[in-house]
Write a protein that binds this ligand. Structure first.
Ligand code: SF4
Length: 384
């Protein structure tokens, strides 16, 4: 058994070596190539497996806006904190539990701190768990509804099945990824190709990413999340650039179908409608959010608690002063460019939203290397 595992390990290493050689060959004479890995989970793979260290000097991998916690606007967290302190039971995913708000609410800056101060907050694994618990909970309840296209169907299904109790309100901070990719591309300047999100594409299918490839005349590859998937996707993008091709390729064929998941999209369309939406630190991106339709408005936390969404014309950044999450989210900066990174801002004491979730670029870099004292020493002794 052990022998087989060692052989398998060696074969994996040989494949990585072969892909690395191919990437180096393809990158020769290409000039500077910037590839955006849109999704936080891809950034996790890139950093965790040291994929940047395998790239030739002219191939730069940059992270994109694909972390739902990082882009959740501060007004939503502040309102959830306030309501929890006023006795409304707030359910949240663990990811958003420590998400810091810009302004303190009664001295409190996260749902974690709100709970420590006597606020009613429960961490749940799923919306369904929250629905089940909420049925036995007296008084008003609220779900802090973050997520992208992958999370939206689980909310939609519960609403369609009619199992959500009547005094359970949904604070939608659901966001759509293709409009954000489009927006990021318009800000970053020259990006040569995109590694598109695999999980999101299981729902959306290929169409929105094909449109982005066409509109920006670039290669876009929907990729899986194993290191080999990411390396294959990088090689594919380089090969397409070398051959002067643009368009969409699905590398993650074992999970992504051309049409995505029609049933999941049908449920989403029954419950939610598309709206302009705020992305933290960035501003309002047109048609990038989901809000409950009139049919389900009795569950709408915005209506029940008179929550005002920011307007584009009055938008001011909702990041703490000096935090570079907006630039990092748009691929314009790296965590090491932030003066707080691994100094005053750490995973245990996050200042900005990118340091919280397992999909946040700062949190990933902090946990698996990427700047900091260890890297400085490793560079000094020549092992970085
Ligand atoms: S290190 Fe902290 S303050 Fe700096 S960009 Fe990242 S999350 Fe924001």
């Amino acid at each position: 058994m052990l022998k087989e595992r060692i052989e398998e390990y060696k074969r994996g290493g040989e494949k990585i070596e072969a892909l690395k050689s191919l990437i180096w060959r393809l990158a020769e004479e290409l000039g500077h190539i910037k590839i955006m890995n849109f999704c936080g989970t891809h950034e996790w793979t890139v950093v965790h497996y040291g994929i940047r260290s395998l790239m030739p000097d002219n191939v730069e991998l940059i992270a994109g806006p694909g972390c739902p916690v990082c882009i959740t606007p501060s007004y939503a967290i502040e309102k959830a904190i306030e309501l929890s302190l006023e006795g409304v039971k707030v359910y949240t995913y663990g990811d958003a539990y420590r998400l810091p708000s810009l302004k303190p609410v009664k001295g409190v800056r996260s749902l974690f701190e709100a709970k420590a101060s006597g606020g009613k907050v429960d961490v749940v694994y799923s919306f369904l768990d929250a629905v089940k618990e909420a049925r036995n909970e007296r008084g008003e309840k609220l779900f802090f509804g973050i997520g992208f296209e992958t999370t939206a169907p689980s909310y939609a299904l519960s609403f369609c099945k009619g199992i959500v109790p009547e005094d359970f309100y949904f604070l939608s901070v659901l966001r759509l990824t293709p409009p954000a990719a489009d927006y990021a591309l318009s800000k970053v300047g020259k990006v040569s190709g995109i590694i598109a999100p695999g999980h999101v594409s299981t729902i959306t299918g290929a169409k929105p990413w094909r449109e982005i490839a066409r509109n920006h005349s670039m290669p876009v590859v929907i990729s899986g999340f194993e290191p080999l998937d990411v390396l294959i996707s990088i090689a594919t993008i380089l090969k397409m650039i070398k051959e002067g091709k643009s368009g969409l390729v699905i590398e993650y064929r074992r999970a992504v179908r051309e049409d995505g998941n029609k049933l999941a999209r049908t449920y989403i369309e029954k419950v939610f409608e598309v709206s302009d939406a705020a992305w933290r630190g960035i501003g309002i991106i047109p048609s990038s959010g989901l809000e409950l339709t009139m049919k389900f408005s009795e569950y709408d936390a915005y209506k029940r608690f008179s929550i005002k969404k920011p307007e584009a014309k009055e938008w001011v950044s909702d990041l703490p002063k000096g935090c570079k999450c907006a630039e990092i989210t748009l691929g314009l900066a790296k965590p090491v460019d932030c003066p707080y990174y691994l100094k005053s801002c750490t995973p245990d004491r996050p200042i900005g939203p990118c340091m919280v979730s397992s999909e946040g670029t700062c949190a990933i870099w902090a946990r698996f290397g990427g700047g900091g004292l260890a890297e400085e020493i490793a560079k000094e002794v020549g092992v970085a």
